[in-house]
Design a protein around this ligand. Sequence first.
Ligand SMILES: C[S@@+](CC[C@H](N)C(=O)[O-])C[C@H]1O[C@@H](n2cnc3c(N)ncnc32)[C@H](O)[C@@H]1O
Length: 245
Amino acid sequence: MIDYDDEARNYDASRGGEPRALAAADAVELLLPQGPCSILDIACGTGIVTRRLLSPERMVVGVDRSPGMLGLAGQRVPGGVVRGDATRLPFASDGVDAVVIVWLLHLLPDPASVLAEAARVLRPGGVLITTVDKDDAYFVEGSDIAQVTAELRRQYAPRVPDGSARVLGWAAERGLGLAGQTEFPGTGQGRSPRRWREVIAAGRIPWCAHATEDQVADVCQRLAELPDQDAARPDPLYRLVALKA
Ligand SMILES: C[S@@+](CC[C@H](N)C(=O)[O-])C[C@H]1O[C@@H](n2cnc3c(N)ncnc32)[C@H](O)[C@@H]1O
């Protein structure tokens, strides 16, 4: 996982900024309970999404383990952020109406301990809302990037920590079922073939981390052969699921 203390200053600008945060918060809103409620945003980061969940009838708290990210979140959600690890949340059991997790599970070796903690702090009948399948978000059907990368992604797919099948399977074992789902666009985040080669070279693509050097070189070669090297492909579409007893 990258060092989010180092990343904090660049985080918002490099992850779609306010347009992405607005789209994410709007999508989360669709899955949240109506009316007064308490919300815990796990891995709130810079609070760019968290602050958009605030309303007079809600109590919203963000938790994150990175002091660098939390420093920014504290400015956006004054008095509403806490430092803590998602695998050992510093909150009582059965306490909140909704848990929100945006862009954390895909970073973890195994999401089970974080999901278990999320379920623990949720009051009976509460809702757990999380992103899933994050690394698939770029690969809309028919995209040339999707075709060129398909084989490597297929080989890597079983290991994806935030795979929806895996998350839903975990939820089912604990009596939680799919109560809703939606998507939000990563506005302005579509990548050109050249940009894909850059992020692969920077080691930022998980399905490349598990491939051989030859496989990665082959994919990069095929990306280099695509037309319109500097034309961004469609924006990614990120998935959110809501889990409930
Ligand atoms: C990709 S960022 C997402 C931030 C925010 N949810 C957003 O959508 O802008 C991932 C965040 O997870 C936090 N994080 C990673 N592992 C964590 C853990 N075990 N407990 C708490 N926070 C964690 C990082 O510090 C970082 O702020």
